[in-house]
Design a protein around this ligand. Structure first.
Ligand code: E4P
Length: 230
């Protein structure tokens, strides 16, 4: 599964990247309003980061019509290069822009997906990713995980090359269940990365190891006991 960090803070992305294996990071218009830094500075940092790491950045267009979306996609692609995935909304103009962006050779994610049909239409339009919003789907009385399950199966049956990028998580359980239904990618917050690997029993075992070691060997480290080779 591909893992992305859902945040517009390059320091936070770097910190997650140091600890975990990630494939890049995603942004959206909301996320980009949560910083007080000039966006032009941020975009330069993003570009440096993806050039250094070879990772992927997802940036969403803000235009409302296909013409404007394609124009923004071209300019975003000229700036970020092939490590960019352009996010286009799952609305009529977005699908229209998707076909045109694919003809231009750009990678595309159709985002704010709330149904299997929206995802299938994204795949049909050549999108590389379709991003269902799990919590938003739950919040309208449907079942986000079930929706992803259906999309993954529908893509498999249709032989679609499009990947499902699960987004908008509120719990680790949602991420867990998406992995089980075969979701191809997820984008999650830095805090969620830590929660994915947290386990109280692991902490208990670690306390046990540390106590036993300290009682017998004090401050010494395991490497202190390596024989010196003659
Ligand atoms: C994904 O790319 C989206 O930016 C994100 O997951 C949306 O999450 P939200 O529920 O916080 O809006």
């Amino acid at each position: 599964m591909e893992y992305y960090v859902d945040i517009a803070d390059i320091g936070a992305v770097r910190a997650v990247n140091e600890a975990f294996a990630i494939d890049g990071f995603t942004t959206n218009p909301n996320i980009l309003t949560r910083t007080d830094r000039p966006l032009s500075e941020l975009f330069s940092e993003y570009r440096d980061y993806i050039r250094q790491t070879g990772q992927t950045i997802f940036v969403q267009v803000t235009a409302g019509d296909a013409e404007g979306m394609v124009d923004q996609a071209k300019r975003l692609h000229a700036f970020f290069g092939d490590n960019l995935v352009v996010k286009l909304p799952a609305i009529r103009e977005g699908y229209k822009a998707c076909k045109r962006c694919k003809a231009l050779g750009f990678r595309v994610c159709v985002t704010v997906v709330h149904s299997t049909m929206q995802a299938l239409m994204a795949a049909k339009a050549g999108a590389d990713y379709a991003a269902p919003y799990i919590s938003h789907i739950d919040n309208i009385g449907a079942d986000g995980v079930h929706c992803v399950d259906e999309i993954v199966k529908a893509f498999d049956r249709a032989g679609a090359a499009c990947k499902v990028l699960g987004a908008s998580f509120r719990t680790v359980e949602q991420v867990d269940k998406l992995a089980i239904v075969g979701c191809h990618a997820v984008t999650i917050t830095p805090e969620t990365f830590d929660m994915l690997i947290a386990h109280p029993s692991t902490d208990v075992s670690m306390r046990g190891f540390n106590k036993a070691w300290r009682e017998k060997y004090g401050d010494k480290q395991v490497t202190d006991f390596l024989p010196t080779e003659g």
